[in-house]
Design a protein. Structure first.
Length: 556
């Protein structure tokens, strides 16, 4: 996902337009961010989208056939549909009948006939207009009209945060994914190739100089992940032998980059899959395959159709955001954006406020990748290095139900929180089971942060609620204060500058000694040996945990 929140590498793709430090919420925010009565009564089962871009005039026209189920007795006959200006709805048809519709407070309301609970219907919305253009994609979001280096049309979309309703009509709320998948048909000039998520269902030449390409996924998918890619693409493919069998890998690149891509992309993708299937479980979308698609912007985690614009360079366009050197040994965009297949696409949050589940875990997937490929120490160093991007400007979890996004610290700070939990557990077998278990327990589901928090606490047999409160809801860096008694046979310790009850477990160890303690905001003590004294080293503690160790020399 895209968001500009600190230096280079960790610009990782999230919703820059929603990064205000203070926000006065409007009715439009509530209509977008909450499950209004006009949204609650129906559940999306499937989207079948058709779009025809007019490259020269920057216009699009199309339709979305929404298969939906009535899940509640309707308090009104209105259905809320999101479609952002300057696009407009032309007509709405259900069961051969035209339905009336109107725009109010930034959303569209369609008057639908009454239907019984569990009734399934299909409603087709036809629309057109001058689509909102992304000027600094992917930071601002929208339709991207550009040219390749030979001056040929090259189009795509990046719309997370801004919302999929920037280019097609939908129920633009993360909690409701089309359970039975989606299709995207693109009608483009014969000279171009069109790609989207999943698998190609048909390619059909029309009699007007255009060709229609229909792609489809069978898995649930987030609105913002359904994306067209249109340009002078060529393809090469292979098969990966993974945990669930054979996974189809497809690479789509501009024709003049074919040889470069063949020599570069497969190794990175294979390393990614080896590491992530080990740590996080099977790739979540074997049925839809995996595609890596070259794009004009930096990259995004579009499900089964990952955007790639990292210029075939290691790091983030040749830079290492961790400052450790480890980030220059792999392609940041391929690893990070593919990591979102597990966290963000497989497990999706109901509310934008809980986006740390997407970004924190995916940030941490980078550490797991480095750990798997280069070793545990490399992973530790990389993770600690990412802290240079932490601002502590505001909490990671903001207000709910208003489409609000918290601090960009949701990437490195949340990633460091997860690594601190892992250090404290000091049992990688158990920790790996938990990370893999998340993908299995919440497979293809939308969730709240509390579900993820509680699962981790339950499986690790420790209540981490105060740890989550500290790192996700405050900007304080906890201090770990400690001192020794006169004979240095006891260590006294506590946390300060923290929420009441903060209790992150600490395992301090070296090659010969180990001690595990559970400090709180109250003074405690533990008997230690002379050999264990060296474990209480501020520099060593800082490398493992995102806390501020303070050796108290003036405490009597």
């Amino acid at each position: 996902m895209i968001r500009k929140y600190f230096t280079l590498v960790f610009l990782c793709f999230n919703l820059i337009s929603f990064a205000q430090k203070t926000k006065t919420y409007t009715l439009s925010d509530t209509l977008r961010g909450s499950l209004t009565p006009e949204r609650q009564w129906w559940d999306v089962l499937r989207y079948d989208i058709v779009v025809k871009p007019d490259y020269d005039n920057k216009l699009i026209s199309g339709s979305n056939t929404i298969t939906y189920k009535t899940v509640q007795e309707k308090s009104s006959t209105k259905m809320q549909i999101d479609l952002q200006l300057p696009l407009v709805i032309d007509s709405v048809i259900q069961s051969g009948n035209k339905l009336s519709f109107a725009k109010e407070n930034g959303v569209w309301y369609i008057k639908t006939p009454k239907s019984k609970i569990k009734t399934t219907n299909k409603l087709s919305i036809f629309y057109h207009g001058k689509v909102h253009e992304a000027i600094k994609a992917p930071w601002d979001g929208g339709w991207i009209w550009t040219k390749d280096s030979l001056g040929r049309p090259w189009m795509t979309v990046a719309c997370q945060g801004l919302g999929a309703s920037v280019w097609y009509p939908c129920k633009d709320h993360q909690s409701d994914e089309p359970n039975k998948g989606a299709s995207l048909t693109m009608i483009v000039a014969d000279s171009l190739t069109a790609i989207a998520n999943g698998r190609l269902e048909f390619k059909k030449k029309n009699n007007d100089g255009t060709t229609a390409y229909k792609w489809a996924v069978v898995s649930p998918i987030s609105n913002y992940c359904i994306i067209p890619y249109i340009g002078k693409y060529v393809n090469f493919q292979e098969t990966y032998k993974g945990e669930k069998g054979s996974l189809d890998l497809n690479y789509w690149v501009l024709d003049y980059n074919l040889e470069k891509a063949k020599n570069y992309m497969p190794k990175e993708v294979h390393n990614m899959l080896n590491a992530f299937e080990y740590w996080m479980g099977p790739y979540p979308f074997y049925e839809d395959g995996y595609q890596l698609i070259e794009t004009s912007h930096t990259g995004m985690e579009h499900q089964s159709a990952v955007s790639y614009g990292n210029q075939y360079k290691p790091g983030y366009r040749g830079n290492d955001g961790s400052g450790t050197g480890w980030g220059m040994k792999w392609d940041f965009i391929i690893i990070h954006e593919s990591g979102h297949e597990w966290f963000g696409n497989n497990i999706t949050t109901n509310d934008l406020a809980d986006m740390w589940v997407h970004e924190g875990f995916t940030n941490y997937s980078e550490t797991l990748f480095v750990d798997y490929i280069f070793g545990r120490q490399a992973g530790n160093e990389y993770n600690a290095g990412t802290r240079q991007g932490i601002k502590n400007d505001r909490p990671i979890i903001p207000d709910y139900n208003v489409n609000a996004q918290g601090s960009g610290d949701m990437y490195p700070k949340a990633g460091n929180m997860l690594h601190a939990i892992r250090h404290g557990v000091d049992n990688d077998t158990l920790f790996r089971e938990v990370i893999r278990g998340l993908g299995k327990e919440f497979y293809h589901q939308t969730v709240d942060s509390k579900q993820i928090e509680n699962y981790i606490s339950e499986k690790l047999h420790f209540n981490y609620s105060k740890v989550y409160d500290q790192y996700l809801k405050t900007t304080q860096i906890p201090s770990f204060e400690f001192y020794f008694d006169k004979d240095k046979t006891k260590v006294y310790y506590r946390y300060s500058n923290c929420v009441s009850g903060f209790n992150l477990p600490l395992t301090l160890k070296n090659e010969k000694e180990k001690i595990k303690i559970i400090p709180t905001d109250q003074w405690q003590n533990a008997v230690i040996s002379k050999d264990q004294l060296s474990l209480f080293d501020a520099a060593s503690i800082t490398k493992m945990y995102y806390i501020n160790p303070i050796f108290e020399t003036n405490i009597k």
